[in-house]
Write a protein that binds this ligand. Structure first.
Ligand SMILES: [Zn+2]
Length: 342
């Protein structure tokens, strides 16, 4: 078993295979786009480190426990919802439910912006670290979406990372490298996960039974991410129709009515999908990719570039914009304006 069932990332596996025999190594920071196998690789590496056979057989009780996140020497820290003010105790049921979504083979959840990693999560970890690993081998700590650590949490973690921990292997995971405090980054060994190639994703999709047309369509949205390709197979129209009609034929009678009628839960996802849609049309236009798309293709090259440019700006605004209505207004008016320019 080990890494051979994971798609791509050969260089990463080589690097990790060199570490498996070492008695201690620096905290690792896995970074790269979402959906390209960071968590799968981290959990597989944990199996390798905790499997009594030393190869992550995937079959023994210990490997199974790692994949189900129930191994006593595997600690997984991930962003949690804010706790209502009057509640002292954590809602363990919610935590348990969320935790299962990070198991090996599970599709990780979309996490709302207000889910964070708190100081007490790090405190729980450090008090546990006073004891030897139960298995007598290693303790593996995975910190998922590490950029979501509150400042006091990352300060506390920093102290832990600064002390040598030969028993404990730290793996921090992030798709937003620059959002992590520089102090944390400088303590870790960055391990970059490049986007998967279209060929890798296509091969996988063919293997699980999709036909050529479906694969070509999914690739136009995958953008190096297997998870995006699989999401697309489940939902081939990831851009809400209202947004799409505005983006392609901008003659909407009442913008404000539209804003009120739209019921979107994840705007970031929608903006990203639009960027990828226009980008894949551009690649096809230049003959660089043989994508198929079920969306209209009526724009000139300049119009496509202008839309991508504007959406990329919007994407960075979205990181900070907390007023949903204001955001929607600027989003939709901008789309409308860009559209009318033709
Ligand atoms: Zn095993």
């Amino acid at each position: 078993m080990g890494f051979e069932n994971i798609l791509g990332n050969e260089k990463v596996f080589e690097q990790l295979n060199r570490f498996r025999t070492k008695s201690a190594f620096p905290p690792l920071l896995f970074w790269g786009r979402p959906g390209i196998g960071k968590r799968t690789t981290a959990l597989t590496f944990a199996q390798i480190l905790l499997c009594p056979k030393g190869d992550g057989c995937g079959l023994c009780r210990f490997c199974q426990e790692v994949s189900q996140l129930t191994h006593p020497d595997l600690r997984i820290i991930f962003p949690l919802p804010p706790r209502p003010n009057n509640e002292k105790e954590r809602d363990l049921e919610t935590i348990w439910r969320l935790r299962q979504k990070y198991a090996l083979g599970a599709t990780r959840p979309l996490i709302p912006k207000n889910y964070l990693i708190h100081l007490e999560d790090i405190h729980d970890l450090t008090s546990e670290m006073r004891f030897k690993p139960l298995s007598g081998k290693k303790r593996v700590v995975l910190i998922i979406d590490a950029e979501r650590m509150r400042q006091e949490a990352s300060n506390a973690l920093l102290k832990t990372l600064e002390e040598p921990q030969p028993d404990t292997v730290f793996i921090l995971l992030t798709s937003r490298f620059s959002f992590l405090p520089a102090t944390i980054r400088s303590r870790c060994l960055p391990v970059y996960f490049p986007p998967l190639t279209d060929e890798m994703i296509a091969k996988y999709l063919y293997k699980i039974g999709y036909d050529e047309m479906a694969v070509k369509r999914a690739l136009s949205f995958a953008y190096g991410s297997l998870r995006r390709a699989l999401d697309f197979m489940n939902n081939p129209f990831p851009i809400p129709e209202e947004v799409l009609s505005l983006a392609f034929s901008p003659s909407i009678p009442s913008l404000l009515t539209l804003i009120d009628e739209l019921r979107l839960t994840d705007w970031a996802e929608t903006v990203e999908n639009l960027i990828l849609l226009f980008h894949s049309q551009l690649l096809k236009r230049f003959g660089l990719k043989d994508y198929e798309t079920s969306y209209p293709e009526g724009f000139t090259t300049e119009e496509l570039i202008a839309r991508i440019d504007f959406l990329l700006h919007l994407q960075s605004d979205l990181e900070y914009n907390l007023n949903r209505r204001l955001f929607l207004f600027s989003f939709l008016t901008a789309l409308l304006r860009k559209g009318k320019r033709k």
